[in-house]
Design a protein around this ligand. Structure first.
Ligand code: SF4
Length: 434
């Protein structure tokens, strides 16, 4: 039977309070739906697994095996830890997990070997105790599949973190954004820097060995010095992964309204870019690898789940507003919470799913180009040829010529990648391939 490894995303669309800049599908004050929602998520998991079992037994589709799990939101840490445990239990009862497959032991050994090699390379430059420790952590980490949960300081206790670890979660993604409490308040975050420090300390105490911290730049009233302070304080904690997102002023958000009314001011583009380059250089100097436009990791700690999305691999999304990419089609569940629950409770789960896009061969290749150009290593030319049986340099001859002339991309050996200028103007580059 053919086996296909996939990622699994679970969306928990609840937040304590809506951040002023946020346009994600998340709802505040919906506590009464937590229990029902989790029941529906479990039913949706069962549905996917049941359908796949029938289809794969008849040779109509490969058997799906879960390679990564990502619980995002919203604020997954807002709901009781028992709910998260229930969801993970349901995944394991219904799907097979990659790390349990015999053939994957070999792949894990290979990954550990690669990590060892990376460690040696970096060790040559400087004897770095942190990297030594990374290797040991990486060995433990590879014995389970990457299972991430997003947490928001202000919704977490040490007991909750302990429970997460016990139920198989091995990666935490903590939304901090900035270390200045006044800035956090201005964007409607529910926590202080001290709350974050407590969560981070507890996470290490209970045994988390893979932690991501989210930072934001371009916040209202944020200065370059604020960004320097945030970066330094976060680096001092030595998380394995740091994400740095530029604030985007989304339509119909409270922040947009405040900016329009002149109540808040955003830093101009030039300062925002200075912030980005400051963070990039500081993190690289401290041995973080810049592997995607907004993401930095210590060797071996790049997010596997997100990397699979940028590599155009398949994933199933469960829950309200979750999207899936399967069999060359992108789907999205309804974002209406009550509609989502009611369709599942009435045994009509397929009514929740809407087809967003069916990718034909051509659009699949274009999308692959665009997604690969999010990665700092860019498009691997040999990999592209192997996947699509054609040369990207020939296929995109005219576009590449134009982008090279504008100094937005560079072709170096086996890779087509964003130049420094291209990193600043990445949207212009991506648009060329859509
Ligand atoms: S915690 Fe995250 S999902 Fe919730 S409102 Fe804030 S930014 Fe949006």
């Amino acid at each position: 039977m053919e086996i296909k490894e996939i990622g699994l995303y679970i969306h928990i669309p609840f937040c304590k309070h809506k951040c002023y800049y946020c346009d994600f599908v998340s709802y505040a004050n919906k506590k009464k739906f937590f229990k029902k929602y989790v029941e529906c998520v479990k039913k949706e998991i069962e549905k996917y697994a049941r359908e796949n079992r029938i289809m794969s037994e008849h040779g109509l589709e490969p058997k799906y095996v879960i390679k990564t799990i990502y619980i995002g939101g919203g604020t997954p840490s807002l709901i009781d830890e028992e709910y998260i445990e229930d969801i993970l239990k349901s995944i394991r009862e219904n799907f097979e997990i990659t790390s349990n497959l015999e053939e994957n032991y070999e792949a894990q050994d290979e990954e550990i070997k690669n990590c060892k090699e990376k460690k040696k390379e970096i060790g040559k430059e400087k004897n770095n105790q942190i990297i030594e420790n990374d290797f040991e952590k990486q060995k433990n980490y590879n014995s389970q599949i990457e299972t991430t949960i997003e947490v928001n300081p202000g919704t977490v206790t040490k007991e909750k973190l302990q429970k997460y670890l016990e139920c198989g979660i091995n990666r935490l993604s903590i939304g901090l954004q900035a270390v200045q409490d006044n800035l956090l308040k201005e964007i409607g975050r529910i926590h202080t820097f001290e709350d974050f420090q407590n969560v981070y300390k507890w996470a290490r105490e209970v045994g988390f060995e893979n932690i991501n911290v989210d930072l934001m730049i371009g916040l209202p009233n944020q200065t370059l010095d604020d960004v320097k302070e945030s970066t330094k304080k976060v680096m001092a904690l030595k998380p394995e992964h740091i994400s740095v997102y530029s604030l985007i002023l989304e339509e119909n958000t409270k922040l947009e309204d405040m900016v329009i009314k002149g109540k808040l001011e955003l830093p101009d583009d030039e300062i925002e870019r200075k912030m980005y380059w400051y963070v990039k250089k500081a993190l690289e100097k401290h041995k973080y690898i810049h592997y995607e436009i907004s993401n930095f990791a210590r060797p071996g700690f790049e997010s596997k789940h997100n990397s699979d999305c940028w590599n155009q691999n398949e994933y199933i999304g469960i829950g309200a507003a979750a999207s899936s990419f399967m069999n060359n089609a992108r789907y999205e569940n309804t974002s209406d919470l009550e509609e989502y629950i009611s369709n599942i409770e009435n045994d009509k789960p397929s009514k929740n799913i809407q087809l967003q896009e069916l990718l034909d061969d051509e659009s699949k290749i274009d999308e692959y180009m665009m997604l690969s150009l999010r990665k700092i290593s860019g498009v691997n030319i040999s990999e592209f040829k192997r996947k699509f049986n054609q040369n990207p340099i020939i296929r995109y001859n005219k576009i590449l010529e134009k982008l090279i002339k504008e100094e937005l991309i560079e072709i170096d050996g086996n890779n087509i990648r964003l130049s420094s200028k291209g990193i600043d103007l990445a949207n212009l580059v991506w648009e060329e391939f859509i």
